[in-house]
Design a protein around this ligand. Structure first.
Ligand SMILES: C[S@@+](CC[C@H](N)C(=O)[O-])C[C@H]1O[C@@H](n2cnc3c(N)ncnc32)[C@H](O)[C@@H]1O
Ligand code: SF4
Length: 466
């Protein structure tokens, strides 16, 4: 087959275009949008005065680094977990004033490995969330967990602290594949972790799996999926293996020890997954995510719907008040900035004014930018197209004052002719082929904007200059 896949991930991060065309550079970062230190960050611009908020909290610790992973997370610094939690509590307190009036609908602790936190530390973080934010009565509170790091007592403490959704990085059920990936757990431990979570009262559970491993047959991949389904998760996130710079995997590929992952194999795995999972009652509601009815990850929908969210913790990204920002990357620096009396808004830089200054006073930002209208419009478009339901013309017009059919008529016609996009009377969405080659579609919208002159939309309500 001619399509080229890629990966993304749930929750974490922020992060991801799953299936990239061979001829299109990776324009959109290939991971979820919340959990990576340097992910593509969606914008948030035209919002009601007090829109609902999601909160992402990054936990940058792992027992061991997996061979493929370049997330902002570190092994061998567990002694920093207690001061890091203190720093998080401080950052959470800093946000109380600015977030006042916003309803917080979801909290997502991603990593790294949030399941390295003790029950008491998790309780402290979620108590601080409740003290600083106005949480809706039924917030979705998710943690990412490595199956090799959980125990029954700790999971019960997490439940008691308010965590109501858990996402396990399973990756594979094949012992050879798990070892090759550098995972710390066995396939049996994934099943044990799921059983412990159910026993502790977790009704909502996700499993992450990675496909397209070099040499992985479709039959082997299908067996992984069947073993995952046997554990009865409500949600599955499937990512094609990507080779990230600076990882051991990248070194193996460069030295010829490991072949490059074959995008056509990953595309075959993606299509096999779609068949198996739809038969099992799952809906592929987002390019890399499948859920049973009503079990979509509400937190990640915030990113794909291009709505505002706070990012707390080292390297976390946030989007608030017409600005997007990212925090300093290193946990040591992050701790220092939040536990010293130093002004978190960077004393060596000129003071930031207005909303940018208020955000920088709450979080130790390393960068903050106003979200420009044209960028916001493209984010709504490219993130929204990741969803199976796509984008409704009416919603888009109401949000950006732009008629999609008028502005992008040529792109819509071309991508439909290529079989990548489906246009109905009310909306557009990607076809299956379009999901495999999503960047092909996105790049055409981006090029239309760069060649078609500036997009004229209304300015941001209330955003102030830096
Ligand atoms: C933060 S991790 C999940 C939780 C936990 N850290 C773990 O791994 O068990 C997020 C997910 O990103 C995916 N991921 C990370 N790096 C990847 C890569 N290079 N290629 C494909 N998927 C990747 C993995 O499926 C992983 O479970
Ligand atoms: S456990 Fe998760 S975050 Fe940590 S190195 Fe492995 S994939 Fe990355």
């Amino acid at each position: 087959m001619g399509a080229t896949p890629t990966p993304p991930a749930e929750g974490c991060r922020p992060r991801a275009l799953p299936l990239l065309s061979p001829i299109v550079p990776s324009i959109v970062n290939s991971y979820g949008l919340n959990y990576r230190g340097r992910e593509a960050t969606p914008a948030c611009y035209h919002e009601p005065a007090m829109p609902p908020l999601s909160v992402y909290i990054h936990v940058p610790f792992c027992q061991r680094k997996c061979h493929y992973c370049d997330f902002n997370t570190y092994a061998g610094i567990d002694h920093l977990i207690p001061p890091y939690v203190e720093a998080l509590l401080s950052e959470l307190r800093n946000w109380a004033g600015l977030a006042r009036g916003h309803q917080v609908t979801t909290v997502f602790l991603g990593g790294g490995t949030p399941s390295l936190l003790s029950g008491a530390q998790m309780q402290a973080v979620l108590d601080a969330c409740r003290a600083s934010f106005s949480l809706v009565p039924d917030p979705e509170i998710t943690i990412e967990a490595n199956p090799g790091t959980v125990a029954p007592g700790k999971l019960e403490q997490y439940r008691n602290a308010g965590v109501n959704r858990i996402s396990f990085g399973a990756q594979s059920f094949d012992p050879g594949e798990l070892a090759w990936l550098g995972r710390i757990h066995s396939e049996a431990q994934v099943g044990e972790a799921v059983a412990m979570a159910r026993q502790a009262g977790f009704r909502r559970l996700n499993l992450d799996l990675i496909c397209g491993l070099p040499g992985q047959s479709t039959a082997r991949w299908e067996a992984n999926l069947q073993q995952a389904l046997a554990l009865r998760p409500e949600h599955l996130s499937l990512y094609a293996l990507s080779v990230e710079e600076g990882t051991p995997l990248a070194g193996w590929v460069a030295s010829g020890r490991t072949p490059e992952p074959d995008p056509d194999v990953a595309a075959d795995h993606y299509l096999a997954a779609d068949t198996i999972l739809s038969t099992a009652g799952f809906h592929n509601y987002e390019i890399s995510n499948w859920a049973q009815p009503g079990e979509q990850c509400r937190h990640n929908l915030t990113y794909w719907e291009n709505r505002p969210y706070l990012g707390l913790g080292a390297g976390a990204h946030g989007c608030f008040g017409g600005f997007r920002y990212h925090n300093i990357l290193l946990p040591q620096e992050y701790i220092k900035r939040l536990t010293s009396n130093e002004d978190p808004s960077h004393s060596e830089r000129p003071a930031l004014a207005g909303m940018a200054g208020r955000v920088a006073a709450a979080s130790p930002v390393a960068g903050i930018n106003r979200v420009e209208p044209a960028e916001d419009l493209l984010d709504t478009l490219t993130l929204g197209l990741r969803l199976a339901r796509g984008i409704a013309f009416g919603d888009f017009k109401a949000r950006h004052q732009v008629d999609l059919r008028g502005r992008y008529g040529a792109v819509l016609a071309e991508t439909q002719a290529l079989g990548l996009l489906r246009a109905e009377s009310e909306r557009i969405s990607l076809t299956v082929q379009g999901r495999l080659l999503a960047n092909e579609v996105f790049v055409r919208f981006m090029n239309a904007d760069t060649t078609g002159g500036p997009v004229t939309v209304a300015g941001p309500a209330g955003a102030q200059a830096d």
